[in-house]
Each structure stands twice: as structure tokens, then as C-alpha cells.
Design a protein around this ligand. Structure first.
Ligand code: OOG
Ligand code: MG
Length: 267
């Protein structure tokens, strides 16, 4: 049985939320704390409830560790998911309003749903729920020191998510199985890959999202965004850089980091 009492879950949610809003890293959970995956999703839910209490809206779901490159980079191999909220949406162009600890960026595919989706669905059924697809960049920013965490830690921290930049929407008749992609930072290619790296086909990630959200007692309502997970390893972001993703058939998306990250005074 879990030793994570409701009080401990609530306190960890506050600690992670404070780390995000102040852009100051927090220590991982100590080893041997019996912090289970199920406790971690409870922390994640409490963390998101705090944001919703501040006026953010739930806009969808992100998948994590759907590619071997991401699993290898972070040393974890279980699929994870996180909740996307409206305050994470970054306009194609800039991320001015966001403060970060040690941000990274990764190339993804984003789905927009036209029908509710939940439970065990085939790729064809998942496809039938898709309104549009777009190339996307995810900004991740672990709230843990040195970007190091256990599986439960990263789940509690809403799968490291910080922001997402979504490009132009395309009708879903594009074959997503093997689209080449190049992610550039300041004009230099830093990651080259293919959408085939996302569980063999990004639609499989959408199926997994539907299954996992149902297991949590939720659904993905019409209008939800689903981020399929990084196709390559993530690249570190520094102040002032410009990032661009070119994806075959789906086009480009990009953003620029502010020149200097403004730090709030320690309180
Ligand atoms: C965890 C988030 C994983 C992905 O796309 O695989 C993720 C992390 O790498 O910090 O977003
Ligand atoms: Mg990601």
C-alpha cells in the first residue's frame, strides 16, 4: 500500500507548482520513498488543479517516452502522459512570458480531435476522431535539479511539460508513418529524424493516449490536442536562440527564446 498520504501528495504538488512558477529547481523524491506511479498521477492531477484554479483551461494531453531516442536520453522506458493546459500554448514566434529552469525542445506531431476519444481503439478508429495534424515543438523543463528524475518523479511533474508551439493544421489525409524532420537551432541542424520513431507511427501514440486517459477515468473531448511525443532526443535551449522544425509534408513551425531570462527576486 502507498505510504503517500493525501497530505503528502498535496504538498508535493505545491512544491512542484512553486518550482515551475518561480523557475527554481527542486530535489527529486528521495529513493526508497515508496512513491508509486499511481501516487505520481495523483500529484500531477493536484498540480494541474492548482493551475486550473488560477484560470488555465485543460486543452489536451501529451505523451512521453514514445521514441527510443527519448527513452535513451532520459534512461526511462515506460510510456508516460501529462495534461496540457491553455497557459502552455506558445504563439508561433516567441516565448516571452515563460520563465524556465533548464529548458529543452523536441520535435513532435500534434493531433486535433473532432470527436471524443477514450479507451481501446484501433489506429483507424483513432484516425476517424482526428480533425487535423500539425508539426509541433514541445518545450520541456523538468522542475527537478539537473533534469534528473525517477519514473514517478517525472509523472508527478506533469511529464516535464512547459510549453508547446503548434504549426499550421493539415487535413489528416497525410500519411504520417514516415515523415522526415529536421530541428534547427539558429540555423544549425541539431536533430534529424522521422515520425516513424514515434512508436513506429504517431497514430499508435494517439491510441496509447486514448487507452491511458480512459484508465485514469477521463476522456479526450472533441477539440483536444494530443502531442505524440518527441521523435528525437531533446536539445537544450539557451536565451536568444531561434528554433525551427521542418517536417516533410506538414511544413514548418518555430519560436525564439527571449534574449535574457528574467529571474524573480528570491522571496
Ligand atoms: C520527460 C518528458 C518526455 C517526450 O516527448 O518523450 C516527453 C522528459 O524527457 O523530461 O515529453
Ligand atoms: Mg515531449
Amino acid at each position: 500500500m502507498s505510504v503517500f498520504t493525501p497530505d503528502r501528495i498535496a504538498r508535493l504538488a505545491v512544491r512542484l507548482d512553486d518550482a515551475a512558477t518561480s523557475a527554481r529547481a527542486t530535489p527529486q523524491t528521495e529513493p526508497g520513498a515508496s512513491f508509486s506511479v499511481s501516487d505520481a498521477y495523483d500529484v500531477q492531477r493536484a498540480l494541474i488543479d492548482r493551475r486550473i484554479g488560477r484560470g488555465a483551461k485543460r486543452i489536451g494531453m501529451k505523451m512521453g517516452f514514445t521514441s527510443r531516442a527519448k527513452m535513451q536520453q532520459m534512461g526511462l522506458s515506460d510510456l508516460i502522459w501529462g495534461r496540457l493546459t491553455s497557459d502552455m500554448l506558445v504563439e508561433d514566434g516567441g516565448v516571452d512570458a515563460i520563465h524556465h529552469i533548464h529548458p529543452r525542445v523536441e520535435p513532435e506531431v500534434c493531433f486535433l480531435l473532432k470527436h471524443e476519444l477514450a479507451g481501446n481503439v484501433t489506429p483507424l478508429q483513432a484516425m476517424a476522431a482526428v480533425e487535423a495534424v500539425a508539426p509541433a515543438l514541445e518545450i520541456i523543463d523538468s522542475r527537478y535539479e539537473n533534469f534528473k528524475f525517477s519514473l514517478a518523479d517525472v509523472i508527478a511533474d506533469n511529464a516535464s511539460s512547459s510549453g508547446l508551439v503548434v504549426g499550421a493544421w493539415h487535413t489528416p489525409d497525410v500519411d504520417l508513418s514516415n515523415l522526415g524532420l529536421v530541428m534547427e537551432i539558429d540555423g544549425r541542424a541539431v536533430e534529424i529524424g522521422t515520425t516513424a520513431s514515434i512508436l513506429g507511427h504517431p497514430l499508435r501514440s494517439l491510441c496509447a493516449a486514448a487507452r491511458l486517459v480512459a484508465a485514469a477515468g477521463e476522456t479526450l473531448p472533441a477539440g483536444s490536442l494530443v502531442m505524440a511525443g518527441g521523435a528525437t532526443a531533446a536539445a537544450a535551449l539557451s536565451p536568444g536562440v531561434s528554433v525551427r522544425l521542418d517536417m516533410q509534408r506538414l511544413g514548418r513551425v518555430g519560436f525564439s527564446m527571449p534574449a535574457a531570462v528574467e529571474r524573480k527576486a528570491a522571496s
